[in-house]
Design a binder for this molecule. Structure first.
Ligand code: GDD
Ligand code: MN
Length: 353
């Protein structure tokens, strides 16, 4: 039955709210204690505007998504995107922006390290068409990253220089996690962006190859409120992979580079095992070659699971199932490998050939 009471009709025929001006995309992983406060800060900073905030949570063990879901129930400006079976800051930002509704999208950390009071200034630069991308920058006059310890400050400065030199980027802070972009321009670039890694902004700038008008506004990178940083040593590897991929004009992808890297360790593992089984345990060549292939396959699988496919890493029982499937697929290659090796060995009896 349709409720046609005057009250219901009145709400339904209410003039539509102002068209959305800004979407704020916030990737979260274990940020339960920060999200509510961030939302209240956004409410103050964006008062009088039509905005939404899209939290993209990778199924945080601390249940961040539950808190966000509760907020969304109370306030329709809040949206909760909960991803299952995937991890990664870049991928989360991409999905959040693509799911957002406003013509402009901002990306910021959930932990209150980014200065939400800069958002209106950033938005007016985009709305007045003075830029396509506005970056909250730590490394221009007026900005700072004083909350960094010496070590992280050094690494950040070094990585910034590598990116600037290798990719001919003139932006002072291409590694910032705080920026705002026209959504239509972002959508054009999105198919070429890597979902792996942390450096979504660097990827956007490098992929655009000078086609974006970029403006930087200074801000002070604050200290994290609750919880801890998710940046780990793997971030360095992701970063180098991204720089290489962009340097090669996307001929190489980050995943391909990692896959090749793992593959080459597999060759080493294979030869070491072959040598040990053959020379130390004095087993026949066929057995040694089979064992070496098995060990190499296993180490390849484990390393790929931890590195190449870190964003969709298998856990627990799924590892075993994946490994068995991997053996099965590799089995074909293995038979050929052992067969050829055997034939060559029978001819020459040179173990490494
Ligand atoms: N959905 C999702 N998935 N969110 C994530 C993930 C993930 O795998 N990893 C981190 N996040 C979220 C965090 O919850 C936080 O809101 C934001 O992404 C940034 O992560 P932090 O762990 O706070 O990173 P940071 O403060 O050390 O690094 C910041 O500064 C760097 C520049 O020095 C980030 O803004 C980086 O992007 C930036 O490069
Ligand atoms: Mn942070």
């Amino acid at each position: 039955m349709i409720d046609a009471s005057p009250a219901a009709v009145a709400t339904r025929t209410q003039p539509a709210a102002l068209p959305l001006q800004l979407s704020v995309v916030v990737p979260t992983f274990n940020e339960r204690d920060n999200v509510e406060l961030l939302f209240r800060k956004l409410e103050t900073a964006l008062a009088g505007m039509a905005w939404e905030v899209v939290f993209v949570d990778d199924n945080s063990p601390d249940g961040t998504w539950e808190v966000v879901r509760d907020m969304a129930q109370r306030d329709s400006r809040v949206r909760c995107l909960r991803r299952i079976g995937r991890r990664g800051l870049s991928g989360a930002c991409i999905e959040g922006i693509l799911a957002s509704g406003a013509p402009f999208a901002a990306v910021m950390d959930a932990d209150l390290q980014h200065d939400e009071t800069q958002l209106t200034k950033m938005l007016s630069l985009l709305e007045s068409n003075a830029a396509d991308l506005v970056i909250g920058s730590r490394y221009i006059e007026g900005g700072s990253a004083d909350s960094f310890n010496k070590q992280r400050a050094g690494i950040s400065a070094f990585a910034t220089q590598v990116a600037q030199k290798a990719l001919k980027i003139e932006v002072a802070d291409p590694m910032s996690g705080f920026f705002m972009i026209r959504r239509d321009r972002f959508e054009q670039l999105a198919p070429q962006l890597s979902t792996q890694g942390f450096k979504i902004l660097l990827d956007v700038i490098a992929t655009a190859r000078g086609s974006l008008r970029i403006v930087e506004v200074p801000f002070t990178f604050g200290s994290r409120l609750h919880g801890e940083s998710k940046l780990d040593s793997m971030v360095a590897l992701d970063f180098l992979g991204l720089v290489l991929a962009k340097f090669s004009h996307d001929v190489l992808s980050l995943r391909f580079i990692l896959f090749a890297l793992v593959g080459s360790t597999g060759v080493v593992v294979h030869f070491v095992t072959l040598f040990v089984v053959l020379k130390v345990f004095e087993q026949p060549f066929a057995e040694a070659q089979g064992a070496a292939a098995l060990v190499a396959m296993t180490s390849n699988f484990i390393l790929n699971n931890f590195l190449t496919y870190r964003d969709q890493r298998l856990k627990g029982f799924a590892i075993l199932r994946g490994l068995l499937l991997f053996y099965l697929v590799c089995g074909v290659g293995l038979l050929a490998n052992v067969g050829v090796a055997f034939a060559v060995y029978n001819e020459h009896v040179t173990w490494w050939l």
